[in-house]
Design a protein around this ligand. Structure first.
Ligand code: IMP
Ligand code: ZN
Length: 345
């Protein structure tokens, strides 16, 4: 059953609400239209390009689940966005979309990958270059989180951490663990996350996304990495939820992603946001993969307002709860809190 409640919030309000986005995968945030434009360009220079039109592959009526969703990256989007030009074009488009949606602070995450003449390090350089040169960047300060894919070896994970350390001065603020939750043994990443922490990087982990990645052993192992934030937190035993609160770990909740990919049961009204919203903890509503799930952050705020009957005042407070757990430092926090206070008047 999906609740529907009265609220004074509308789409114009959630668009103008100053919002922080903390869980957005760069490659998953590229819209089908942008991928289509890249596909057209690539087709021009290579008529034999063996990739179908993204507008068909990612059409609006497509539904995803954990089995069909993850291969999409390695089998399709990475192959399409493999050139220097396509990485720059898509990154700029992602930044522009978040800006137009009223996001006033962005932590973008991406997995260092190498492709046609672009090394992992060059890839990071290209993305950071786009962030540095983005027109209107003052309106949307953007930081980078480097992701470790669960399929990685311990040494590949360490390579990501070393890159994160090397590019800290240029705006890399943390390290993430992501990828297909049915794959990998997370215990092998202990040394990598320990090193990241020792070098002052923050840690965020995809956590308890599907039953297969939610054994007590796995969740305990991940909590021992000392995460600052956790993404999804779906299959979490209540006792552990209280431990998460006690440790003041921030939560990145991706409602449309969870509902659309059937990671949670029922609609928005049954989402565990309903449980966490009344607890004492930092919560950030997040889009995860805007390009695939098609719900901008302003829509995530609208959904919770309509479903849980939250008022304008409560949404401003909710946006402030996301500010509490940003990785970008105290000065950014103060700027964002001031923006929210101004909006309240
Ligand atoms: P990238 O890191 O910018 O290349 O973004 C794509 C990566 O994010 C892929 O490895 C995906 O598996 C991963 N990813 C996207 N959404 C999710 C999610 O909901 N859970 C875990 N990993 C994800
Ligand atoms: Zn994610």
């Amino acid at each position: 059953m999906t609740q529907s409640a009265t609220t004074d919030v509308d789409a114009a309000f959630t668009l103008s609400l100053p919002k922080v986005e903390l869980h957005a995968h760069l490659t998953g945030s590229i819209t089908p239209q942008c991928l289509h434009e890249i596909w057209q360009q690539r087709k021009l220079s290579d008529p034999n390009l063996a990739l179908g039109d993204p507008l068909e592959l990612l059409s609006k009526d497509k539904t995803w689940n954990a089995t069909t969703f993850f291969p999409l990256f390695s089998s399709y989007i990475y192959a399409l966005c493999s050139t220097r030009e396509s990485i720059i074009y898509s990154t700029n488009s992602v930044l522009q979309n978040f800006k137009e949606d009223g996001v006033v602070y962005l932590e973008l995450r991406t997995t260092p990958r190498s492709s046609e003449g672009v090394s992992k390090e060059a890839y990071i350089g290209l993305v950071l270059g786009c962030i540095d040169n983005f027109e209107g960047k003052e309106a949307i300060p953007t930081y980078l989180i480097l992701s470790i894919d669960r399929r990685s070896t311990a040494s590949q994970a360490m390579e990501v951490v070393d890159l994160a350390i090397r590019y800290k001065e240029r705006g890399v603020v943390g390290v993430d663990l992501c990828g297909d939750p049915s794959k990998g043994d997370v215990s092998v990443f202990k040394a990598a996350f320990t090193k990241a922490k020792q070098h002052g990087l923050k840690i965020t982990l995809h956590f308890a996304e599907v039953p297969a990645s939610s054994s007590e052993l796995e969740l305990e192992t991940l909590l021992r990495f000392g995460p600052d934030r956790l993404g999804h937190v779906i299959h979490v035993p209540e006792e552990m939820a209280h431990e998460i609160m006690r440790r003041r770990i921030g939560l990145e909740l991706c409602i449309s992603c969870n509902v659309q990919a059937s990671l949670t049961e029922g609609g928005v009204g049954e989402h565990h946001f309903g449980w966490w919203k009344d607890r004492e903890c930092s919560i950030a509503l997040c889009t995860d993969d805007l390009g695939i799930f098609g719900s901008p952050l302003s829509n995530e705020y609208l959904l919770v307002a309509e479903t849980f009957g939250l008022s304008r005042k409560e949404l401003l407070k909710l946006s402030g709860r996301a500010v509490e757990c940003i990785f970008g430092g105290e000065e950014e926090k103060q700027r964002l809190l001031a923006l929210l206070v101004r909006q309240e008047k």
